[in-house]
Design a protein around this ligand. Sequence first.
Ligand code: BTN
Length: 268
Amino acid sequence: MTVLLSREAVRGLQSPLARVVEVHGALVSTQELARELAHAGTPHGTLVLAAVQTGGHGRLGRSWGSPEGGIWMSLVLRPQVDARVASRFTQTAAVGVAKALWETGVEARIKWPNDLLAGGKKICGILAESSSEHAKPPARGRRLNYVILGVGMNANLDPGDLEVPDCEVTSIRSELGRDVNLLDLLRALLSNLEVELGRIGDFGSVLEDWRSLNCTLGEKVRVQRFGEVLEGRAVGLSEEGALLLATRDGTVELFEGEIEFLRQGADV
Ligand code: BTN
């Protein structure tokens, strides 16, 4: 039986990303509560956790199974960066989460743009949602108001507890053959996220780590984006983290999309 996280224990981690901590038994979605708190002015470093989510969701509005035993969390971040770099948060967070998983003993790999896989199956998803506004004169352009960074980690649960086919998902319990201490896991997540988010301005070096932790580059893939299907080989990342896909019609730069791996022998 998993020991659930308490607010006091999480506050005891003394993470700068968890200056304000909300821990709930059940929530519809930590992402939604974090957004409400952000609108109400909660500071940078607000962490919302729920033992269970009844309406957890992922990218593209997909539902995200969130039974007891996982880490379902959303962080409110108020970074002092230009809104044009908002897309960096997903990959920067993926590097931090991957490193936390390795520290926990799970050999995780990043599938572009925001999935963490172990043994080829999804173990964690990341959802970065941002809000921006026109900068106040004399500044120009847009400034990032806040980012809500959601992390859904399949920890002490069985893949069968999730609402997706078992062959596509895994958990830390399945990978290690044992449960982990959720507070230790949260500590590893927060400290690695803090380090990686702290160097988001040096995105080139974040992407270097992303490359060494990824399982996407070099693969033949099918990409769905905005109702369009593209096939090709994932050959690289742009300076801002877009996936470079070599297709028969040339190289395409993708900032969004859902990828599916194809056989290496596939004719693309
Ligand atoms: C994805 O893979 O599409 C992203 C999944 C993100 C799930 C997390 S769980 C905590 C937070 N609350 C949500 O409703 N979603 C994110």
